[in-house]
Design a protein around this ligand. Structure first.
Ligand code: SF4
Ligand SMILES: [Zn+2]
Ligand SMILES: [Zn+2]
Length: 338
């Protein structure tokens, strides 16, 4: 098949759009989608200047998603002094998995010449995920521990590094899976949270109507407790991210984590593959509807919860929590006691 734009040999066919694209047109279509998302979500605020730039910390795991995101952001803002990128990698202590992907992160940051920070659970908390899985004092899936620790490390280090935003490499498949999971679990509060935490765009700081961006789309409520997150790769399907990494010859690490245990997500993933195959465009339409619904839910829950959720500080580590001891500190207690 030939490229629909230039007639050269196509490297891919996107069933959801009907387009065949050659290497050059495919690569630029991925970049365009990321840049459009950056624009539509107003990620670059009006008050960012070369003298007072925004710092974006990118969660770089060494997998294809975060590698592609870092690479595209770098090339987008290479000559724009209003944005400074810092890559942040978390080492969970997983033998034979994280070491290789850390090497990929180092190679990429070095190639691009951006600052790279590496933090490990071992240094931060005195635990390694391999040991946590072994002792498993709370009788939970590995990812349930790991997710708590990762969130803690990412937000604390993002703050330490002076981040204005924390960017992660979630792709379209990841987001459509999360959307479906929230739907099927009937968890509207979670859908509302998803909007305020990462889906909603940012207000334009000057001249923008409250709670609406330039094009009238609803924007998120920003809490004071967390560094805002964004996912500029979330319009690009997983397969296209992989193809991009391959064509651009990026150092991405592909093996799966040996402790990966999200069985439910796996089921949703197979379901979505099947639906997408029979009804191309399913992921896009799920996200279009979900985002609208999530905006409504966020508005409703925001109004209901105003002044109700009292966040205090964890008495041990000082992070925001609704309890005396935060989830991370209580997990660490039971791990160390095991
Ligand atoms: S798959 Fe689970 S255990 Fe493995 S790194 Fe990811 S969150 Fe941690
Ligand atoms: Zn072409
Ligand atoms: Zn704590």
């Amino acid at each position: 098949m030939d490229c629909d734009k230039c007639g050269r040999e196509a490297v891919m066919h996107a069933a959801y759009s009907g387009l065949h694209l050659c290497e050059d047109h495919f690569v630029s279509s991925v970049e365009k989608r990321v840049r459009r998302r950056v624009r539509e979500d107003n990620l670059v605020p009006d008050d960012a200047t070369p003298e007072n730039p925004e710092t974006w910390v990118v969660g770089l795991s060494g997998g294809k998603d975060s590698v592609v995101l870092t690479d595209i952001l770098y090339r987008t803002f290479e000559k724009d002094p209003r944005i400074e990128l810092v890559a942040l990698t978390v080492h969970e202590g997983i033998e034979g998995y994280r070491d290789e992907s850390v090497a990929a992160c180092e190679e990429l940051s070095e190639n691009l010449g951006i600052r790279h920070e590496l933090v490990s659970y071992e240094e931060e908390f005195g635990v390694r995920m391999d040991d946590v899985v072994e002792s498993d004092p709370e009788n939970m899936a590995a990812c349930a521990y790991c997710g708590v620790f990762r969130r803690d490390v990412l937000s604390r280090y993002a703050e330490k590094l002076g981040a204005d935003k924390l960017l992660t490499g979630h792709n379209l498949d990841d987001e459509a899976q999360t959307a479906m999971m929230n739907f099927l679990e009937g968890d509207i509060a979670q859908i509302a949270k998803h909007f305020d935490a990462s889906l909603g765009g940012f207000d334009e700081r000057e001249g923008g109507a409250p709670s609406a961006s330039a094009d009238g789309a609803p924007t998120r409520e920003e809490g004071d407790h967390f560094i805002p997150r964004a996912k500029p790769l979330r319009d690009v399907p997983e397969k296209e991210v992989a193809l991009y990494a391959h064509l651009e010859d990026l150092p991405a690490h592909i093996t799966e984590c040996p402790h990966s245990s999200e069985a439910y997500r796996g089921e949703i993933q197979s379901l979505l593959y099947k639906l997408e195959e029979n009804h191309p465009g399913t992921r896009h339409s799920i996200m279009a509807g979900y985002e609208e619904l999530a905006a409504l839910a966020a508005k409703e829950f925001g109004a209901r919860e105003e002044g109700r959720v009292e966040l205090s500080e964890c008495e041990r580590c000082g992070s925001s929590t609704t309890r005396d001891l935060c989830r991370k500190c209580s997990l660490l207690d039971s791990i160390h006691a095991a």
